[in-house]
Design a protein around this ligand. Structure first.
Ligand code: NAD
Ligand code: 6OD
Length: 488
């Protein structure tokens, strides 16, 4: 095993990599082996990071023109692409995801997030309102967008680089400085990103990184710091509640992307094979650890049995294993998370589920048995108020139930405390428009899933979040408009 000294991921503050007095282990969920140690930021280190970000707000960063800021963000994207293989290896070591997923989604989106906002910031419109005045001279109103200030970014483990950069890129594009707290489960790509920021010359203090946990650790120290100006968070709804309480103290703006219990609805008129393939993707991608994954699948009764059989056949074809052995699906992120998912597997049986496939752990007879694997799982037969149909599980699992009418399925799909995403499968164009707009969610796909245009609003309703990010919506959240009224 490499020495602790060689393998400790550092915090990054004011352009320096910073050690701390305590560290924690980062474990590979494929085989339970140590990936690296991580320097846990204490309250003093978090304080230094926030003060560095505050100081950098008035330094060379604030004097940079749009063109230069945009070029620097493109340079960050170039830096990620130049070190693509390092990012891929780091993300895989932390999560055990498949090579396909990391190569095609996680790391390319990390770079794309910077490119999109580097370009959008240059084309942002500035509306101007002319008004009449009693003396007939009139006045002009225009708003200038100023940065909000120091942005606290707290991100989760499921799509580590993708979801962190989804917030870092627009925050920097709008001229803010940031302190990032990645998930304790997935600290590696955030640390690589700090290296890229350093290499491409992002001014000191503009991007800061602190490692650690949530409660009573770096996450809580960061979101409760007096000198942060806004909080952007992705993670569990219950964590959102805790962070919001802390934000309330200082009346800080928040943008929250939280949990989901998303529905997929398959109408009889859908292209059957496409609906099956799309639902395999929406249930099992990333081992079911995407907030947008479908955990509730509703199928119109005439095709219900055929659909359940087809989904079972496809789920059983999914090869579960190591990222480097051509597998389609890796492990869950940790043993701790697996315990949660396994508790739902047991609960489903107690609640009366028919286990169509899975519901258990694969046994490999090698080091993977020390990992956090579970099998792709499908249930039927649960009532709509079963906990397994109501609560977010965040694993490779869905419950399938039949429906008879459009009204019934709309009501069932919306009968949840969450409201993040929905996927509809139908060949009837009128029905697609009619049903999609009745979904109480932030995003509804028709005949696809997780097809993303980064200019569009993204977020959730109910317990799934507050606000929208994406395109101009992100730039608006990370900006403070100042209206200037000029009497003519
Ligand atoms: P989590 O809420 O446990 O942790 C997310 C981050 O918050 C981590 O960095 C953690 O250390 C930090 N944290 C925890 N408690 C904190 C506190 N009290 N104060 C400050 N920081 C704190 O979430 P997770 O388990 O990492 O991610 C999975 C969850 O995220 C699922 O519920 C999933 O649906 C949700 N998610 C939502 C979206 C979305 O876009 N809506 C995207 C991805 C994940
Ligand atoms: O694609 C995105 O921008 C995004 N925020 C995806 C969220 C996925 C949740 O796990």
């Amino acid at each position: 095993m490499p020495s602790k000294q060689q393998k400790t991921l550092m915090n990054y503050i004011a352009g320096e990599f910073v050690q701390s007095n305590s560290s924690f282990e980062n474990i590979n969920p494929v085989d339970g082996v140590l990936v690296n140690y991580v320097a846990e930021a204490d309250v003093g280190i978090v304080n230094n990071a926030v003060l560095a970000a505050k100081e950098a707000l008035t330094g060379e960063w604030s004097k940079m023109g749009l063109e230069q800021r945009s070029s620097l963000l493109h340079a960050v994207a170039d830096g990620i692409e130049d070190r693509f293989d390092d990012f891929v290896a780091a993300e895989i070591a932390d999560t055990g995801k498949s090579y396909y997923q990391v190569n095609n989604i996680d790391i390319p989106r990390g770079a794309a997030n910077f490119r999109v906002f580097a370009d959008l910031i240059k084309t942002r419109p500035a509306p101007c309102f002319e008004m009449d005045t009693p003396d007939g001279c009139g006045a002009l109103n225009y708003a200038v967008n100023k940065p909000v200030g120091v942005v606290a970014i707290v991100s989760p483990w499921n799509l580590p680089l993708l979801l962190m950069t989804w917030k870092v890129a627009p925050a920097l594009a709008a001229g803010n400085t940031v302190v990032v707290k990645p998930s304790e489960e997935t600290p590696s790509t955030a640390t690589l990103l700090a290296e890229v920021m350093d290499e491409v010359g992002i001014p000191k203090g503009v991007f800061n990184l602190v490692h650690g946990f949530g409660p009573k650790s770096a996450g809580e120290f960061l979101v409760s710091h007096d000198h942060i100006d806004c909080i952007t968070f992705t993670g569990e709804s219950s964590t959102g509640t805790a962070i919001m309480k802390s934000a309330a103290e200082g009346v800080k703006p928040v943008s929250f992307e939280l949990g989901g219990k998303n529905a997929a609805i398959i109408f009889e008129d859908a292209n059957f094979d496409e609906a099956v393939a799309g639902t395999v993707r929406s249930v099992f991608s990333n081992c079911g650890q995407v907030c947008l994954c479908s955990e509730r699948v509703y199928v119109e009764r005439p095709i219900f049995d055929k659909f359940v059989t087809a989904l079972k056949v496809e789920a059983e074809k999914i090869k579960v294993g190591r990222p480097d052995d051509g597998s389609d699906m890796g492990p869950l992120v940790s043993r701790k998370h697996r315990d949660k998912v396994l508790a739902y597997f047991a609960l489903a049986v107690k609640e009366g589920a028919n286990v169509i496939t899975g519901g258990d752990i694969p046994h490999f007879g090698d080091e993977r048995d020390n990992g956090a694997f579970v099998n792709p799982t499908i249930w039927t037969g649960l009532s709509e108020d079963a906990r397994c149909v109501k609560e977010e599980i965040f694993g490779p699992v869905c419950h399938i139930s039949p429906f008879d009418t459009e009204e019934e399925v709309v009501s069932k799909a919306n009968d949840t405390v969450y409201g993040l995403a929905a996927a509809l499968w139908t060949s009837d164009l009128k029905r697609a428009h009619r049903v999609a707009r009745q979904m109480e969610v932030g995003i509804c796909w028709v005949n696809d899933w997780f097809l993303r245009d980064l200019r569009t609003p993204f977020g959730g309703v109910k317990l799934s979040g507050i606000g929208r990010e994406g395109g101009i919506h992100s730039l608006d959240f990370y900006s403070e408009p100042l209206n200037i009224c000029i009497k003519l």
